[in-house]
Design a protein around this ligand. Structure first.
Ligand SMILES: [Cu+2]
Length: 237
């Protein structure tokens, strides 16, 4: 971009033109960036998710249709003593790794399935769990195996989320939702979830809880302002 095109921009107020005229060309570019409405600050989402009475467990909240820098973070899934999966519900980010661990002194395995919601809807012989992503045997305490989180693992309405089961112990279950953007979080024990730095605009909210995805409506985000919302999930939604 030449200086001429910078100065002729219709976005510039007369004050900005005078400021630009008073500084060197290099500084003018810097100043333009600071004043440009395209360089938006972002706002945080603070959500409280109320699950139906009698139901429990974490929920996952995310924003649809946004792109952003994917966190470089691994998704750790551990078999605790007794065979409990920890955490029972988590988010994973494409490009990281699943870290699959056994901290129990007996054989467990970690079997990740992609739900394949479209296959369940379309087939007369639906797969009970979906398609296998990874099926890892962890016969010894202290074992750890890593596997990549791939782009096709990400949550989409037609492919669904990831169910985790232990084949020898069918009661041991966990759930993972993988994303290729940073705008997703799991609720804590208090039902709160925070998603930082959401770009300004109106975005669609989705919530996963107990194996079901709910539409959380549209939320408006403004630069530098926290958006707070409480979402009450209905039974069977
Ligand atoms: Cu097990």
């Amino acid at each position: 971009m030449t200086n001429k095109s910078l100065f002729s921009s219709h976005h510039l107020s007369s004050l900005h033109r005078r400021l630009l005229a008073a500084v060197t060309p290099f500084a003018a570019v810097t100043l333009l960036v600071l004043l440009s409405p395209a360089v938006a600050a972002a706002g945080d989402l603070e959500a409280r998710i109320v699950v139906p009475q009698g139901e429990a467990g974490p929920a996952v909240i995310w924003l649809e249709g946004l792109e952003g820098p994917v966190p470089s973070r691994d998704a750790i899934l551990t078999h605790r003593p007794g065979g409990r999966f920890d955490p029972p519900v988590s988010v994973a980010f494409v490009g990281g790794e699943f870290v699959l661990r056994n901290e129990d002194d007996t054989l467990h395995n970690i079997h990740l399935y992609l739900e394949l919601a479209y296959q369940k809807a379309a087939s007369r012989r639906p797969l009970s769990h979906g398609a296998t992503l990874y099926n890892i045997a962890l016969p010894l305490e202290g074992m750890e195996v890593r596997r990549p989180i791939k782009p096709y693992h990400r949550y989409r309405q037609d492919t669904g989320f990831i169910s985790v089961v232990c084949n020898p112990h069918p009661e041991e279950k966990a759930f993972v939702l993988a994303f290729d953007h940073p705008y997703a979080a799991v609720t804590g024990d208090d039902g709160m979830a925070a998603i930082p730095d959401v770009p300004a605009g109106r975005h669609a909210v989705r919530i996963w809880h107990a194996g079901k995805v709910s539409d959380g409506g549209m939320l408006e985000f403004q630069d530098g302002t926290a958006t707070k919302t409480t979402i009450e999930l209905e039974r069977g939604s």
